[in-house]
Structure formats: C-alpha cells, structure tokens
Design a protein. Structure first.
Lengths: 522, 522
C-alpha cells in the first residue's frame, strides 16, 4: 500500500473557522464500566481468526487469586469500550522488595489476546497495537493509565514481582468516553431481530467513534476523515442527532485548506488542528456532500452561507481535472480513494462522485440563490453526457474505467448513486452486477454501504437487505460488538496491512446500517 | 540464594519515634544534568563485562539527526546520576499519523546498554532492570518520566514511528536528586592520586545513595539496611556530615521493632514505614553500633537516652542465642549476614560482632551511667573468654567456626575488630591470614571494608592501603564512576544473582574508602 506525502504543502489557516470549530467542542460523557468476566482465549478453527474467548469465572472473583511471576489472566468487559483504565493492585506476602512489572495487552478481539504483538510485521505502525509495560515501584497502588484505549479485552501478565510477594488485582474499571448521548436515540423495535441487532450495533459503533470529532476508528487512526465523516453524519441524523459535531467537523476542514482552497482528506486535532498532507479527489468533494446533507437535516442557513465558498471551491478544483471530453483524467500519480479493492481503477467512480456531489451543490446553490447554480447545471449536463458517451460500454452493458476499460463494482455502484441512468436502467445494471459479479469487487464496508444504497435507490430493497445480512450480519455472526473496518466474508483473515491484529474492529465507515434501515424503512 | 520470609510477624509501632523520623525527612537537592556525549557500546574482551563505551559525537549534536523505525542511540551523561529524566521530542516530515513507540534502556554500566534485558534469568526480580516502553500519542511532546533512575547511560530505541514521519530528540536532561550537600565536604588533596580518586568516588557513591534515607543502592533495593547504614554513617561523619539523616534512620528502625523488641534488618519507607520480614543477628546488633557511632560523633545525649532501650534490647536478644559455653549457637535455620561468601559459616564472626557491639554498648551505658553497664561488662568477659577457649584453634592459629571448624577470612577479621586478642596477636593473625589465604574468602566490598579496617587496627597501614588499591582501585581501573555492590578482581563477571546486569554499580556498602582514608589518615 502506497502513501501520499506532499512536499511544500501550504496551508491557509482560517482562524475564524478554527475558532468556530473550537467553540463547538463537544461535552464528553463518562460511564464507569466494570469487567464482566475472566476468560480464556482458546484456539477454535470454526471462529474468525481461529480464537474464541471462553468464560472462566465472573470478574467479581478476580480478587480471590494472588498472581505471581508469569501468571496471567484476561478480563472481558462484555462489550466494546472506548476509554481509560484504572487498576488497583495490592501486594500479598512479604513487603514488596522489588517493583511489580506488569504487561497489559488491550484488544478489541480475542485474536489480540492470543497472537503476540511482537510477531506483527505489517506496514502500518506497530505503535497502534495497544499494549503497555508498567513498573509499579510502590504497592498498594492505584494506576490510572493516561492513554485512551479501544477494547473489550485486557490481558494482564505479571512479568515479575519477586520471590517474596504476589499481587491481587481489585477494582479494575474503564471510564468509557463518548460525545454521543445514547439517550437521544429513538429506539426501533424491528420484527426482524437481525435488522434490529444491526441497528443497535451500528449505533454503538457510531457512538464509540464520536469523541472530540467523528473519529474513523477509536483504536487506530483516531482522526477525522472526510469520507468517513459523510457516512457518520448520515447515521447521526437518524440516531444520535449531535448535529453540532458535524458542524464542528465541517469547520475544522474548512479551517485548513491549502493555497488552492482544497480541503485535506483528513485532519489531526492535537496538539493543534493540522491538515494531513493527504488529498483525495473524492474526499475533497465529500466536503460539499457533507455540507449538503447537514443543511438538508438542519436548515442551518448561516452555516451554509459561510461554508458554501469552501464547498463550491472543491467542485471547481475537481472540474479542473476534466479532460477535453469532460472525463476525469486518469494517471498513475493521482489520488482518489473510492475503495481499497486491489487493482481498482478510480477514473469512472470518481467521475460518478463528481456528478453525485455536483447535484448536491446545485441544490445548495438554489437554496442560496447564487449565480454558480447555472454554471453548475450546465457543466453537470456536459459531464453526465460525457460519462454515458465515453464510460458506458454498450456491448458489455457496464460502465468501464481507465485505459484498460476495467469493469468494476465501484464504477456501476457510483454511477447508479450519481443518477446517470434512469431508475429502470439502474435496476437492470444492479441486477446485472450481482449476477455477473465482475472480478474487481468490493474490499471495505465503506464500499458495501454504497452497494446497499445503490440497490435501495434502484428499488431493490430485498436485495439490499440480503446484502446487509450477508455482510454486517456476517460480522455479527462472527462476534462483532461494533462493526469492523474490514470484513471479507470469503476471506476472514483479510487485512490490507499484513495482519488482522492491526485492523480496527470499531470503525466509523461501517456504522451505516442504522442509516440505511431507518432512512429507507427496511 | 535463599530468602527469609517470616510468618506471623508482629510489629509494635512506636508512633512517637516514627513521627520524629518523619520530622527529620531531609531536603532533596536538585541539579539539572545534561548528557555529555553520544556513544556506541562495543565489544572489547579487555574491559570488564566485555563492553566499552566509545565516544561518537558531542550530545549537543543530537538534534541534528532524525530518527525513524529501528534507529537507536546511546547518551552518556558523563558520570553516575540518580534522578528523573525529561525528554523533548518533535516530529519531522508529515504530521505524525501513528503514535511514537520508544524503548528506553537505562543503565549504570556499558554492559546494560549491550546485553538484552530479555535474556536476564537470575533469581532477583527482573523488574529492577531499568527500562521503559513509551507510547507518545501527540507530538511534539515533553516527556517527564515519573520513575527515578540510577544511571550514566540511556539507550533510546525508536521501535516505530510510521512511514510518514521521523523524530528529533532535543533537550534531554536529568534532574539529579540527593539529600547530600556536596559543598559540605572538606576536600582533601592527597599526594597519592589513586587515594585521592578513591576518596572522591566514595563521596559520590555516598551522595548518590543519600536520598530520603541512606539507601543501599539507588538502582536496586533502594531501601534502608542496618548493615549498610552503619558504614554510610561512618563515611558521612568524615565527609557530608548530614548527621540528622543518620538520626532519622535510627528512629525509623526503632519505630518498627517486633513484639520481642528486635529491629528488622531493613525497612521500607513507601507507601509508609514498613519493617521487612528479614531479621539478621549481626544487623540487629548494628543498631547499637550505629547509635554508638552517632553519639560519639554528635554527643546528642537526648537521642542516646531515647534510643538506648532499643539498642540494649538488641544485645539482650543476641545474648539469648548463646549456648551454655557462651558461644553463639549455630544452626541451619538462623540468619546472620556477615558476607555473601559461598559456604561461609556465620557462628564465629557473629560471636565477634556480638563482642564488638557489646563493647560499644558498654561505652554508651557508661555515658548514660545506667546499671546495665555492669551486667554487660561481666557478660563480655565471659563471652570473650569463651571465644578464645572454644573458637581459637591453637594448632592452626586461626579462629574456627561451626561444627566443621571452618577457617574463614570473616572469622579472623571480625575477631580482630572485636579486639579479642592483643594488638600483637592481631597483627600476627592478619599477616597469617594474608599469607595462608584460607579458601573461604571475601565476596563483597562490605567484607573488604572490614578486612581493611582490621589491618588498620592491627597497625598494618601499608597492607591496608595495598588491599584498598587492589580492590577499590581495581574498580576505578575497571571504569567505576561510583563504587559497586560487588567486585571480584579475579572473577569480574561475578554476581550472586546470576547476572551482572542486575548488580548495583552504586552501592552504599562500598562507599567506605573515604572513611578509611580520612579516619586513619592514609
């Protein structure tokens, strides 16, 4: 996997926008969560990753045992948590005559408790693997770990005490943190328990990713990405309704455009607001999409007025990449995300994203009654015609992409979402797609979301539900407490990073079933 | 090595004594120390442990280099330090998109930088090996490590950053801590530079061990032992003169006797004053010796009066162990320290320690004019006669110890210090000892101190200096910045713990050359 590094990145900070974002900083709600049970993680070739957690004893019995050198145990907090750990430890035996050396391994999935982090050799930084080595010089002690973890399980390994004493663990707890107020969600009682469960886990996933900003994953990355934000915001409108957090995130992006006015694909918020040096064709356009959705939800005209120039600028910059035929130029050195599917050509899906967001921009321009709307409408017409002229393969009855005329799922899905064809044509295209199953498929829940939504806008509700049940339902059957960054029902060990240890098992872009269920009344 | 664990230990806390000790808590002096150089540690079979530190660059050039995954460097602070580390780190490259994972290895000797701690498999707790794994979630960062370290060298290993950024280390410093005021020491300018150097390193060793209490080793153990205290106090009177710290330590021991009145061999002071469940025949008697030396130095009659009952009680308890012949009973289940020499029988040296401390007790009883002095004098006479009758081997012209009539260095040395023989006989005995060199020799600097002092009280000043130059001078030639817990010039890898990694290289009981040099005008 390649990474983008921009030399000589110039950021034009908009201090007014940054301050507005700062004022919208959310309150964090805290909940004290106690571990539920002591578990063992055992090999089982029938479960995902080959490891399952097996109940051993209630966590309330933990203090009955004294732990010495090389002893260990695993606590199960019963559900996914994002927060801070506090551990009370008292000595037993002679006065402690040496420090306690303790290793903690903190994980979202049983596999993280079972496979040694030392063996990880993927290309993403091993620093994301959640572990600590702690020396406790004075016992008894209350240890409040300063770092935030994303986890369900915690493995405690007593590396060493001394021959003279052992230790007892008491009152271990997690101070769980979120800016989501779960009480704000209208509960739905669905007759289909699988759909009901998907709805619940979506909301839990969204809530655990809602911190100071909409994070992509509370375990790994922990930052604000535009593509993820768009989906989180959609799920949020149907459930938690923390619309000010969406507004804050829009202002964060608008606060750090580059010298051409382009918003970055993601931002960091500590130690201060920093634009990452990653720019993605589709993600920049999703600023416009996210502002559109926010306005449609809130009718917050003041924000629309203030952020419209930033949104419009993303369209202008995207239009600059069109060739003389009004087709997005393909090249080996440009960046559009779309999906992580190996070998995916990004040209046609990017063209579709442009059309999709231009339609939203036109709606916003109408609301604002600004002159840009006429230009947008004219250009949209040309670009849509171009898409049908140059990117539609009449013989194959599929959209093709790139010089090699690649037929991918992403191209069809995004063209359906962009509304390039008629409703009937969309329906036929989606049916053809699911029957013919082109090789260049779907890699992420992010793209699965778009598949399901494309089926829904094509009127294929049953097929949409079926795909959801296969995909997100599959995660649930495989033990998900929150929805995952990555899931391939046919290759459950898949990781684009070289190890499933480093995958994020609570990931924003996977939180959309609740949106799909509630928005489309599934 | 076996350890003592006492079941059903009953401590009678003397709150008035404990509060007096608390009031005498010393001020800690802080000095900011910067690293001097960047070094590499290289194999060299000619130096101790086979590793030497080689200068690479001044530490001031550190910030010129960016460090990425798997890069490392070693800082040399130029001398032994006891204190707290602060590290400033800034990122270089793209915005940090993953935490920094940093491993620190903190050591007193080059070997600690070279041989992996993971390989340590000795019986002392591996938790004493000074290392940290640190995750830095937000950069730039100022990291102030909360634990106190004892070190000269710090190895920094960048375990991981991310492919997008590297780090620069700036402003690394140590806040060095001691309760010793080095300015209080009268400097001596000795014509013999080796003696001059031994004096200086002794004082540095003593100062680095002077914290809240006289610690035995600032790297390992870090607690107050009576046997070490006695020697530290003697060195202190000749140099740093922090007599209140000696007084504090006496009150700490007197504050936590057991239900028979016996003081423990050592105490812990955090989280509160705790008597260890280790009791040693000789160490308990050294409470009396330390009070004697403290009074002779300070003439602090109030303290003598208050602590005399505790001191006298140690003699009474020691006398209870005499058999019908007035000889200390030997058995397989009693504990007297004397030395770590393998196979050493403790009977005769313990008898000598009893005689040695009874003489000091008599001097104190005279000062106080208490009736115990007559009983002590009568018993001393009997015990001294018994020693000469039952423990002196006329044929071998050595003191023997235990059922196997063991001839050890310790027995001869302590009997000389106890003054059982005449000055002439002492002189002959010490000469015989150094010529015949019995197999059961000396293991620690603690026992070497007593060898040298026994030579001095026997009038063998030149031999004493020669032994010091061989032993402490040997440590200096082998690179000591402070004197070590353990040193065997003939077996430089010696450790009673199974690894020289865990030895303490700044250890109180090794600090006495300054006392010997100054007290005896060497």
């Amino acid at each position: 996997m390649s990474i983008q590094k921009v030399e000589n990145q110039v950021i034009i900070r908009n201090q007014a926008f940054i301050e507005k974002a700062e004022q919208l900083k959310p309150q964090l709600f805290e909940t004290v969560v106690k571990p539920v049970s002591i578990v063992e993680v055992k090999e089982d070739s029938n479960v995902i990753h080959g490891w399952k957690a097996e109940f051993m004893a209630p966590a309330s019995t933990l203090a009955d045992t004294e732990y010495g050198k090389k002893d260990s145990f695993i606590l199960d907090f019963g559900n996914h948590q994002v927060g801070y750990l506090t551990i009370n430890i008292r000595p037993s035996g002679s006065p402690p005559d040496a420090p306690l050396k303790l290793k903690l391994t903190i994980g979202e999935m049983p596999v993280e408790m079972a496979e040694p982090f030392e063996n990880y050799d993927g290309w993403l930084s091993s620093s994301w693997l959640q572990e600590e080595k702690i020396f406790v010089d004075v016992l008894p002690a209350t240890i409040t770990l300063p770092r935030r973890y994303s986890f369900r399980y915690v493995k405690f390994e007593v590396v060493d005490t001394s021959p003279k004493y052992r230790v007892v663990f008491e009152n271990i707890e997690c101070r769980a943190i979120t800016s989501a107020n779960i009480n704000d969600v209208d509960s739905v009682s669905h007759e289909d328990t699988e759909i009901q469960k998907m709805d619940e886990i979506s909301i839990k996933t969204l809530a655990d990713c809602m911190q100071d900003v909409f994070e992509d994953g509370p375990k790994r990355d922990r930052r604000l990405w535009l593509g993820d934000l768009r989906l989180q915001a959609l799920a949020n409108y149907e459930t938690l309704k923390n619309n000010d957090l969406v507004k804050r995130c829009l202002y964060l992006f608008a606060g750090v455009p580059d010298d051409k006015g382009k918003v970055p694909a993601n931002v960091f918020i500590a130690p201060k607001l920093i634009a990452d040096d990653t720019y993605l064709y589709d993600y920049s356009l999703f600023f416009t999409a996210t502002l559109h959705d926010y306005y449609m939800e809130t009718k917050d005209l003041a924000t629309l007025k203030e952020l419209w120039p930033t949104a419009y600028r993303q369209i202008e910059l995207a239009l600059e990449r069109l060739d003389e035929n009004n087709i997005v130029k393909d090249s080996s050195d440009w960046w559009s995300f779309i999906d992580w599917q190996e070998g995916l050509n990004k040209q046609t899906p990017s063209q579709a994203v442009l059309i999709y967001t231009m339609k939203q921009a036109i709606r916003l321009a109408k609301e604002l009654n600004v002159p840009e709307k006429d230009l947008l409408k004219a250009r949209l017409e040309e670009i849509t015609v171009a898409a049908k002229t140059y990117l539609w393969d009449e013989k194959q009855q599929f959209f093709i992409s790139g010089a090699d005329r690649q037929v991918s799922w992403a191209s069809q899905i995004w063209m359906v979402l962009a509304g390039v064809l008629t409703q009937d044509e969309n329906k036929q295209l989606m049916n053809r797609l699911l029957i013919e199953k082109p090789t260049i498929g779907i890699a992420t829940p992010y793209m699965y979301h778009h598949l399901v939504e494309a089926l829904l806008v094509s009127g294929e509700k049953e097929m949409a539900i079926s795909e959801m049940k296969t995909y997100w339902g599959g995660m649930i059957r495989d033990g998900a407490d929150t929805f995952w960054e990555l899931y391939d029902p046919k290759n459950k060990d898949f990781s684009p990073y070289g190890s499933h240890l480093i995958n994020s098992y609570c990931h924003a872009w996977s939180c959309t079933p609740t949106y799909l269920i509630r928005k489309y009344n599934l």
